[in-house]
Ligand binder design. Structure first.
Ligand SMILES: [Zn+2]
Length: 72
């Protein structure tokens, strides 16, 4: 696995699963330049995204813009 080229992982810990709130059951993955909900529906509007493993907050707008996972 080419981890260094993987843009869909947390830059801090390498997790590829993200959540909308700490302790949430919504699991997100970064796919094709945007966050997709793996487990449940994402409500449109302002969404906070966190790494599931290290709970770093993700900058969802910057991630969409740059096509890779960007932390706040
Ligand atoms: Zn992380």
């Amino acid at each position: 696995m080419a981890a260094s080229e993987d843009k869909a992982v947390c830059p801090r810990c390498g997790s590829r699963e993200f959540i909308t709130e700490p302790n949430s059951y919504d699991v997100l993955i970064f796919n094709s330049g945007k966050f997709e909900v793996k487990a449940t529906e994402m409500v449109s509007g302002q969404v906070k995204v966190f790494c599931r493993e290290c709970l770093s907050q993700v900058d969802e707008m910057a991630s969409s813009r740059e096509g890779r996972v960007v932390l706040k």
